[in-house]
Write a protein that binds this ligand. Sequence first.
Ligand SMILES: NC(=O)c1ccc[n+]([C@@H]2O[C@H](COP(=O)([O-])OP(=O)(O)OC[C@H]3O[C@@H](n4cnc5c(N)ncnc54)[C@H](OP(=O)(O)O)[C@@H]3O)[C@@H](O)[C@H]2O)c1
Length: 314
Amino acid sequence: MVMEKKRVCVTGAGGFVASWIVKLLLSKGYIVHGTVRDPSDEKNAHLNKLERARGNLKLFKANLLDYDSLLSAMVGCAGVVHVACPVPTTTPANPEVEMLEPAVRGTLNILKACSEAKVKRLVYISSTAAVIFDPKWPEDRAKDETCWSDKEFCRATENWYLLGKTEAESIALEYGKQNGLDVVAINPGTVFGPVMQPILNWSTLLLVNFVKGEYIQIEPVDARDVADAVLLAYEKPEAKGRYICVGHNIMIKDLAEKLKILYPDFSYLENFGEDDHEYWVSSEKLQKELGWTYRPLEETLVDSIESYKEAGLL
Ligand SMILES: NC(=O)c1ccc[n+]([C@@H]2O[C@H](COP(=O)([O-])OP(=O)(O)OC[C@H]3O[C@@H](n4cnc5c(N)ncnc54)[C@H](OP(=O)(O)O)[C@@H]3O)[C@@H](O)[C@H]2O)c1
């Protein structure tokens, strides 16, 4: 197959964040190779209903731990957006195997397959999880792209998701430098927004639980704005390194106040205690270097809640 600039592989295509990336790429005229673990599973059915999907979206059965399956999906693609990673809503019985392995070994497989398939640019979806957990970072300074989560701290506190994302992102950026693969990382905060997929993903569950009175800690960003950031990171030749992608720094009590005005009938926590603080993370690099913009938080909240109601989640 001849490599085409506008042919891109998106891993874990049926997930919450990836579905918005696939939708945006299709709308911009791309041909998308989406990897899913089971193309016949109903949970991926929404992908084939996307506008322009017919003839432009091809689903490939692939697992992060199966190198050949990943390589087959990438053949002919100029770019890869690596999104797939376990983000469980409860800690699995064996997190090192069920979370770390696919996150880290899976990313290594992606990197090697990109080299073999002669992919030009890989956009790796990391997370602020790979940024914010540095206990030595000064409290009065916003965290930027120079801040990395401390892997020893993550391991000691058994934060397996954080550890996996930190390890995988650092491996991806380093591999890019050593092997001449153009790797750009996007580090989203907590991703809200309307749901397309029928499965309740981790961050959607957070907001659903919040309006039912649970405590959460977040740095919100809209999935549609994350998709925009991915497109910028893919298309802009000057994109380099990592980019924090967070729309809003907000205290949880302020989030509750905003939601109470929009939806007074939900039950919210009354007291947020001493743990409530603003996560000062800065997306200035993404805005200044790549021209990223993001929508108002109210729009994200309303569109999210309305889509949860429509899907019967609330
Ligand atoms: N949601 C957030 O707030 C947030 C914030 C920052 C970063 N992120 C990152 O964004 C990405 C997507 O998150 P999401 O919230 O959209 O999660 P999601 O809806 O749970 O999607 C995760 C995807 O990963 C796939 N996957 C998991 N293990 C796999 C494996 N071994 N082989 C192949 N595919 C595998 C899943 O495929 P199946 O459908 O087959 O299970 C699913 O498509 C992740 O990399 C996550 O770290 C998310």
